[in-house]
Design a binder for this molecule. Structure first.
Ligand code: LLP
Length: 382
């Protein structure tokens, strides 16, 4: 459970991110405990949070990294991750990004189209390098999550359709600077049931049998990320159920003895360790509503505006147990700049500090400078 050092917060300009590093370390311990098989490799999806302090703790826990841009590859290298633990995905890799990855000998490109494969071949050839690739396949498994973060359905900008896979595998075999290592999947994000992951395993089993029958074997399988967190109860459930998650793959995926299994977890690793701390600027009395107008907006935390997400809101300053309903809104000139509607909070006044919980993933990293605002700073426990 996160205990907020409210006294210390009083002197710090808001809004800012507060990271409870104990939660992060405990989470990483759980990941290690349940993924400790020789052929399991957990990569941290750096898109969730690339704060250097967070990265150094994740690096020390021996995770690899999953990147989706040259900037992320560079951030991972700067943080001291070993290139042989970096995988590089993304539907639109620029030439300079492919070169950067090849120069640094990253372990694998997760390739999302034939067009991209041909460009990687061309660039690798010009550099006299071999590019190790995994093909990202759309397994057509519904992740039952928000449609903006569902990615495994058939026709999609992500990945390769199953019916086109045979042809692209053939191309991989022909292309001289391409070394096909395996298959990659990612069905979506904030998945809180094990069933979609089980379905993914069964689909992979089918595919593996099909390819083995025609003499094609893969050295690695990458099942992507997607394990969700409990946004409603961050203190009761600060750590996701990694046991069930890894067991689902262990029990359902027919991994061959020579195969390596890769995971790309983002939200489940950093989500619960971060909170956005904001100050109440005004309590505006409306006709029927009260608005708590705070100094953070979707510039600091865009998830509510973009995905109708809800982050628990706590008043850290209020001493009373009497409550009131508030719409908690930010200062940005857009109606979508709202963190909560009819939130029940202790009586709230100007100057109170609020914590928006479970904001460690896709929070700080998605901040923008819209309305010429400054990017948020971060503060760490200890
Ligand atoms: N691997 C691939 C190929 C991905 O596209 C993603 C996330 C991950 C791994 C990590 O997924 P995670 O374990 O974090 O669910 N901004 C959205 C989430 C976008 C996820 C994009 N891809 C949000 O705030 O909900």
């Amino acid at each position: 459970m996160t205990i907020f050092p409210v006294k210390e917060f009083e002197n710090i300009p808001t809004p800012f991110y507060y990271y409870d590093l104990n939660i992060l370390r405990e989470t990483l311990n759980e990941v290690a405990k349940h993924s400790s098989r020789d052929n399991y490799h957990v990569h941290y999806a750096i898109k969730a949070n690339a704060n250097p302090q967070i990265l150094s703790i994740i690096r020390d826990a021996h995770l690899g990294v999953d990147c989706v841009s040259g900037g992320e590859v560079q951030a991972a290298l700067n943080a001291g991750f070993s290139p042989d633990k970096i995988v590089f995905a993304g539907v639109g890799k620029s030439d300079w990004e492919i070169k950067l990855a090849l120069e640094n000998n990253i372990s694998c490109f997760n390739v999302e189209s034939e067009a991209e494969l041909e460009v990687i071949q061309e660039i690798a050839q010009s550099m006299d390098k071999s590019a190790t690739v995994a093909l990202r396949v759309n397994p057509n498994v519904d992740a039952h999550t928000h449609h903006y973060i569902t990615t495994g359905l058939a026709e999609n900008k992500f990945g390769i359709n199953l019916e086109m896979l045979d042809h692209i595998i053939e191309r991989c075999i022909i292309l001289p600077n391409i070394n096909l290592q395996g298959l990659h999947f990612h069905i979506g994000s904030q998945i809180t049931e094990t069933e979609p992951f089980k379905k993914l395993c069964l689909k992979i089993n089918e595919l593996q049998s099909h390819y083995e029958n025609i003499g094609i074997k893969f050295n690695s399988i990458n099942v992507g990320g997607g394990l969700g967190i409990d946004y409603d109860n961050p203190d009761e459930n600060p750590i996701p159920n990694f046991k069930d998650y890894f067991e689902t793959f262990h029990n359902n995926l027919e991994l061959r003895p020579w195969q390596q299994l890769h995971f790309e977890l983002g939200r489940s690793i950093v989500g619960q360790c971060g909170s956005l701390i904001t100050r109440v600027l005004y309590v505006k009395e409306g006709v029927k509503k009260k608005f708590a107008i705070v100094d953070a907006g979707f510039t600091e935390l865009i998830r509510p505006a973009l995905y109708q997400a809800h982050h628990n809101i706590e008043n850290l300053s209020s001493k009373t147990t009497d409550t009131e309903h508030y719409d908690v809104v930010g200062p940005i000139c857009e109606s979508s700049d709202r963190f909560g509607e009819s939130e029940i909070l202790p009586i709230t006044s100007r100057g109170d500090l609020l914590a928006l919980r479970s904001a460690g993933a896709y929070g700080e990293i998605m901040a923008s400078q819209y309305n010429c605002r400054n990017l948020p700073k971060s503060l760490f426990s200890e």
